[in-house]
Design a protein around this ligand. Structure first.
Ligand code: IPE
Ligand code: IPE
Ligand code: MG
Ligand code: MG
Length: 333
C-alpha cells in the first residue's frame, strides 16, 4: 500500500469511529438512524475528511483538533448524496441500494436532514475551545454554511441545465464549482483554520481544494460514462438518460455536425434510452474527442491545484496532498 492510501485509510478509521458515536444506530426511531448510516457504512473514499485532517497538519496543527470537523464534512457530503440520489433518481450508491430505494423518498429526505443538523451539532459539541479559539470554530461554521448555500445553487443549476438546449463551458464550470468543488474547498480551508493557518495560507489551501474539486467532478463525469459499474459502485450511463450537461456533453454538442447533434439530443434526457443507444452516444462523444478534451481540462485543474501548495514547506504532509491531487486525476472510482 502506498503511503497515501495508508494515510487515507488511517484518517477514515478515525472518522468512521467518530461518526459511529454521533450517529448511533441504537437511537430511536431506529429507521432514521439506520437510513442515515446506510451509505456511510457502505464505504466511500473519505476524501473530504482526509483533506481536513491533512491540511490541519500541513500548517502545523494537531489532527485531533480537526477530527470533529473532518467527521462533519463527511456527514455533510453524505447528506448531499442522499438528496442527490433522489434528485438524480439513482438506485445505487457505494455498491448498495440508495437510501430512497431502500426506505422510500420521505425517509431519505429526513435522514439527510438529520445528517445536516449533525454537522453543526458535532462541530460545536466536540471541538475543544481550549485548543481551538472560539473565533476559529465560528469561522468553520460560517464556511460550512456558505459552502452549503453554493452547493444548493450548483445542484439547482445541474437540474435546470437538463432542460436547457445549450449550456456553455463557463456555465458548466460555475455549476460544478458549486455542487462539488465548494466542499473540497472548505474541507481544505477548515483544516487550515483549525490548525492555526494564517489568512493567506487559508486562501491558498482553499484554492488547492477548489481546483482539485473541479478536476474531481470532471473526472467523475468521465467515469460516469466509461467506468466499470462494479468498480464505480454507482450507475454508469445514467447521466445521459438524465440529460446531464457534463463537460463532455457541452463540448460534444459544440463540435457536433447538425446530424450528430440531433442524434445526441435524441438520447440525452431520454429515460428509456437502451443500453445500445447509450453505447452509441458514448462512441460519438469519443469520436468528437469530447472525453479526451475533458481529461485535458481535468489535468489542467490538477496542475493549478498543486501549484497552490507551492509556498508550503516540503514534507510528508505536502507530499500526501500533492499525491492526492494526482490520485483524483487517475482514480477509477
Ligand atoms: C461523489 O463523491 C459525489 C461527487 C461529488 C461526484 P465521491 O466520489 O467522493 O463519493 P464517495 O464518498 O467516495 O462515495
Ligand atoms: C455531485 O453530484 C454533487 C453532489 C452530490 C452534491 P453528481 O450527481 O454529479 O454525483 P454522483 O455521480 O451522483 O455521485
Ligand atoms: Mg448524482
Ligand atoms: Mg447530481
Amino acid at each position: 500500500m502506498s503511503r497515501l492510501s495508508s494515510e487515507i485509510s488511517r484518517s477514515a478509521d478515525k472518522v468512521n469511529k467518530f461518526i459511529e458515536t454521533v450517529v448511533d444506530l441504537e437511537t430511536e426511531p431506529k429507521v432514521l438512524y439506520r437510513a442515515a448510516r446506510h451509505i456511510i457504512d457502505a464505504g466511500g473514499k473519505r476524501l473530504r475528511p482526509f483533506l481536513v485532517l491533512k491540511t490541519c497538519k500541513l500548517v502545523g496543527g494537531n489532527e485531533e483538533d480537526a477530527l470533529a470537523a473532518a467527521s462533519s464534512l463527511e456527514m455533510l457530503h453524505t447528506f448531499t448524496l442522499l438528496h442527490d440520489d433522489i434528485m438524480d433518481q439513482d438506485e445505487k450508491r457505494r455498491g448498495v441500494p440508495s437510501v430512497h430505494t431502500k426506505w422510500g423518498v420521505p425517509i431519505a429526505i429526513v435522514a439527510g436532514d438529520l445528517l445536516f443538523a449533525k454537522v453543526y451539532e458535532t462541530i460545536t459539541k466536540y471541538t475543544d475551545p481550549k485548543h481551538v479559539k472560539p473565533k476559529r470554530i465560528l469561522q468553520v461554521i460560517e464556511e460550512i454554511s456558505k459552502a452549503t448555500i453554493v452547493l444548493c445553487e450548483g445542484q439547482t443549476r445541474d437540474m435546470l441545465f437538463e432542460d436547457k438546449e445549450t449550456v456553455s463551458e463557463e456555465e458548466y464550470f460555475r455549476m460544478i464549482e458549486g455542487k462539488t468543488a465548494a466542499l473540497f474547498e472548505i474541507s481544505s480551508r477548515c483544516g487550515g483554520l483549525l490548525g492555526g493557518a494564517t489568512k493567506s495560507q487559508v486562501k491558498r489551501l482553499g484554492e488547492f481544494g477548489r481546483y482539485a474539486g473541479v478536476a474531481f467532478q470532471v473526472i467523475d463525469d468521465i467515469l460516469a460514462l466509461t467506468a466499470d459499474e462494479k468498480v464505480l459502485k454507482k450507475p454508469v450511463g445514467n447521466d445521459i438518460r438524465e440529460g446531464k450537461r457534463t463537460l463532455i456533453v457541452v463540448y460534444a454538442l459544440k463540435k457536433a455536425s447538425k446530424g450528430q447533434r440531433q442524434k445526441i439530443l435524441e438520447t440525452l434526457g431520454n429515460q428509456d434510452a437502451s443500453a445500445e443507444q447509450i453505447r452509441e452516444t458514448i462512441s460519438l462523444f469519443e469520436s468528437l474527442d469530447a472525453i479526451a478534451y475533458a481529461k485535458k481540462l481535468a489535468d489542467k485543474y490538477i496542475r493549478k491545484s498543486k501549484k497552490a501548495l507551492s509556498l508550503f514547506p516540503e514534507g510528508p504532509d505536502k507530499e500526501d496532498l500533492l499525491n492526492l491531487a494526482d490520485l483524483i486525476f487517475a482514480r477509477q472510482n
